[in-house]
Design a protein around this ligand. Structure first.
Ligand code: NDP
Length: 338
């Protein structure tokens, strides 16, 4: 049972050497009398927040437990039940939920595992458009930012797992949608595949404020915040009166010892509502979201781009690549196809 372990706590940018693929000792059995399930992992999800778990925090300062050096990483995966001691799950069932970054995982209590209801789509979609990133886009855009028809929406890291869905849902709502991304290839995807009204490559812009003014001359009603730092600062200057900012993530800050300065005083004069959220608060909306998103996918109203790395050995590099923007779309690791 090959596993990806954390070798040491990380400072600055993570590298592949901070992780190691090792042969782990997992007994391929379910303890007698327990309600555990043994699963074969098919697709592992790579997510930027995993970096925040690679630094040692005081007990209360991170919202998820830190990874432990020498121990296997964990995150959301798509998996297949191999053995089950639980009455609701049987061998062959396809699930998604939190498992180790390994070929097989023993899940002591599978209550937080969801069944895969729509096998007509690639199973890996349950790490992306039909999983946590999709629900994050849906909850952040509609529940937190309350985006409405006719409004201007800006999203950063727009070609990524969350951003590509935010943009498409905002378009389906009748918003004017602009995105930023870190390469011309991604900007092209935003405009051609995902239907954004406009987009720019933030790495090529000398002045982010000017880029936003060019693409959104009347200002921004809703900002879906994924990156923080200089982009957030420029966005605040371009927000409209009573704008709303859903603070989903701040990926530009995750590798820094000290966060960049941002002029939050902009919130005051313009009565902007900026609200952080964790997708876990919206777990109760998942079934509604899953059915709505499955319908959009079937009707071709939403499309999804994935970046699939092959084999568990490729997992460390796939995770590290998120911080260089190497992923085009949702980064997944295919451990096994069935
Ligand atoms: P992505 O698929 O968007 O991958 C990360 C992307 O971030 C990279 O491809 C890169 O794109 C961009 N990036 C990396 N470093 C920087 C940087 N220094 N400055 C600007 N952009 C950078 O990841 P996700 O869609 O999974 O996550 C997007 C955001 O959503 C993250 O901040 C994440 O933490 C957050 N999140 C929050 C959740 C919640 O519950 N609040 C749940 C899920 C995700 P590019 O080439 O464009 O630079």
């Amino acid at each position: 049972n090959r596993q990806v372990i954390l070798k040491r706590y990380v400072n600055g940018c993570p590298t592949v050497d901070d992780m190691e693929v090792v042969a782990g000792a997992v007994r391929l059995a379910v303890p007698p009398g327990s309600a555990a399930v043994l699963v074969k992992n098919l697709y592992l999800s790579c997510d930027p927040y995993m970096r925040t778990r690679m630094t040692r925090h005081s007990e209360t300062s991170n919202f998820v437990p830190d990874y432990v050096p020498g121990k296997v990483l964990d995150n959301c995966s798509v998996c297949k039940v191999v053995l089950s001691g639980h009455p609701d799950f049987k061998p062959g069932d396809l699930l998604w939920g939190v498992t180790g970054w390994e070929e097989y995982s023993l899940i002591p209590n599978p209550v937080f595992c969801h069944r895969i209801n729509h096998q007509e789509f690639p199973l890996s979609y349950y790490t992306g458009v039909l999983g946590v990133p999709g629900l994050t886009a849906y909850a952040g855009l509609f529940e937190v930012a309350k985006a409405k028809k006719g409004e201007s929406v800006f999203v950063s890291a727009a070609a990524g797992a969350v951003g590509q869905i935010v943009g498409q849902l905002a378009k389906l709502t009748g918003c004017y949608v602009v995105g930023s991304a870190g390469s011309d290839q991604k900007v092209n995807l935003l405009k051609t595949k995902f239907g954004f009204d406009d987009a720019f490559n933030y790495k090529k812009e000398l002045d982010l404020n000017a880029a936003l003014k060019r693409c959104l001359p009347h200002g921004i009603d809703v900002y879906f915040e994924n990156v923080g730092g200089a982009m957030l600062d420029a966005v605040l200057r371009n927000m409209r009166h009573r704008g709303r900012i859903a603070v989903c993530g701040q990926v530009s800050q995750y590798n820094l010892e000290r966060p960049d300065g941002v002029d939050l005083f902009q919130l005051v004069g313009k009565h902007i509502r900026m609200e952080g959220f964790l997708v876990s608060e919206y777990a109760g909306d998942y079934s509604r979201f899953e059915e709505e998103m499955a319908r959009y996918l079937k009707e071709g109203k939403v499309v999804c781009v994935e970046d699939v790395a092959e084999g568990i050995e490729a997992a460390p590099a796939a995770l590290v690549g998120l911080f260089a923007g190497r992923n085009v779309g949702k980064q997944v690791v295919a451990v096994a196809r069935e």
